[in-house]
Design a protein. Structure first.
Length: 407
């Protein structure tokens, strides 16, 4: 498909147009106040992006699901007008495209190669192994010590090691893929920095795919190679998606969830007293925190009426998951963290055909990591004042840079 100049959407009668992404306000767990205002006053509105282009912002739960469930909105980043949220994101989507940025049937064909690995039954079978990994990192973190950075010693290594085991990537190389992932997910990265990081990671994974041709194992990369349908580069791009999506998201959710619970002591106490609430509590934390903070992007490929506006082919759309997850029409007292709430309708994993492939794994990891952390460290608390915690407003996945804790 060819790219051309994006269509500029016509301004609506009362444009609340603001620059996207916007800055968060007082509570670091809440979406930016201007997003919440948009959801209440003009739930589908125009915003301007870093490159001066304008795109539609969709903020209500129902509208987000409508867009993500409708084939007239494409995830294919080669379509004219596709909204890129930074220069780096544009570079990544064009340089190293993976099925998250494709439409069916290509998307479905590639995704199907992996669905068997991520169905609930297969993932549940990993429970004992994930529990071992969690206990192991907690042992290392706590032996002979009373404080640590929860991000670098627990939240990040647990999902990194698990996704390495699933893919067949040596965990010893975690410095390389964690460094590259950090560049790929940072909205401040330039196109050059993104190109370098993506080439380095794809090169590494291509080399690994080559090695698996000669010495295969039981893991995903070997099995993708053995199918003989994909080039080494295609295997590498798919693995890059899994590797990056598979550790940064869960890692940030683990650390941010811990912080949110520490800031809501009544909820923390309830979860400690009733550990059987953990599954629902994880759904609630996914809803409340919505770590994919800038939402998910699509472009209209046909004219669609939405929220009283006409969205024309070639106009971009950003579906904001954070405001959809705070929609009071769906969730009562949405700004409260309530570990006993039924939060199952949240859209933190997206919606429609691109809904997160790894969600059973993310759920399993979060349930085990949080339950074990709270059980084993009953005195867990922050080691620094809350005001000193640094958040990650510029990353595709929201979280904290470090979480100094003591117990
Ligand atoms: C808390 C953790 C996670 C969150 C919040 C999350 C969120 C999301 C979201 C919102 C999407 C939809 C993107 C879109 O529609 O454009 C997505 C897609 C995806 N996620 Fe996750 N994710 C998480 C964990 C994981 C894990 C652990 C893996 C892999 C092992 C993974 C792999 C994927 C893949 C491959 C896609 C693309 C699916 C497709 O295009 O069909 N994610 N994720």
């Amino acid at each position: 498909m060819t790219t051309s100049t994006p269509a500029t959407p016509a301004a609506p009668a009362t444009p609340p147009s603001f620059a996207f992404p916007a800055e968060r306000g007082g509570c670091p767990f809440d979406p930016a106040p201007v997003y919440e205002q948009a959801r209440k006053e003009q739930p589908t509105c125009l915003v301007s992006l870093w490159d001066g282009s304008r795109t539609w912002l969709v903020t209500r739960h129902e509208d987000v699901r409508t867009v993500l469930g409708d084939r007239r909105f494409s995830a294919d980043a080669t379509n004219p007008g596709f909204p890129f949220l930074s220069a780096g994101r544009r570079e990544l989507a064009t340089r190293s495209p993976s099925f998250i940025r494709m439409d069916d049937p290509e998307h479905a064909h590639l995704r199907r190669m992996l669905t068997g690995d991520f169905i609930v039954k297969r993932v549940e079978a990993l429970r004992p192994r994930v529990q071992e990994v969690v206990d192991d990192f907690l042992d290392r973190m706590t032996t002979d010590r009373t404080s640590a950075d929860l991000v670098s010693e627990f939240a990040l290594p647990v999902p990194s090691l698990v996704i390495c085991l699933l893919l067949g990537v040596p965990y010893e190389d975690h410095d390389l893929f964690q460094r590259c992932s950090a560049v790929l997910l940072d909205s401040r990265s330039t196109a050059d920095q993104t190109r370098q990081a993506s080439d380095e990671l794809v090169g590494y994974l291509e080399h690994l795919a080559g090695e698996k041709e000669h010495s295969p194992d039981e893991a995903i990369i070997s099995r993708l190679v053995a199918r003989g349908e994909l080039s080494r580069q295609e295997v590498a791009r798919m693995s890059l998606l899994l590797l990056v999506a598979g550790h940064e998201t869960t890692a940030n959710m683990t650390a941010l969830s811990t912080l949110a619970l520490l800031r809501n002591p009544d909820q923390l106490a309830r979860l400690r007293a009733e550990p059987q609430l953990i599954k629902g509590a994880v759904e609630e934390l996914l809803r409340y925190l919505s770590v994919v903070q800038a939402g998910v992007t699509r472009v209209a490929v046909e004219t669609v009426e939405l929220g009283g506006h006409t969205i024309r082919a070639g106009e971009g759309v950003v579906c904001l998951l954070s405001t959809a997850n705070r929609d009071e029409g769906v969730f009562g007292t949405p700004d409260d963290l309530d570990v006993a709430r039924d939060a199952r309708r949240h859209v933190a994993f997206g919606f429609g055909v691109h809904q997160c492939l790894g969600q059973p794994l993310a759920r399993l990891e979060l349930q085990i990591a949080l339950e074990t952390l709270l059980r084993r460290l009953p005195g867990l608390r922050l080691a620094v004042p809350f005001e000193e915690i640094e958040f990650r407003p510029d990353m595709a996945v929201y979280g904290v840079k470090a979480l100094p804790v003591t117990w």
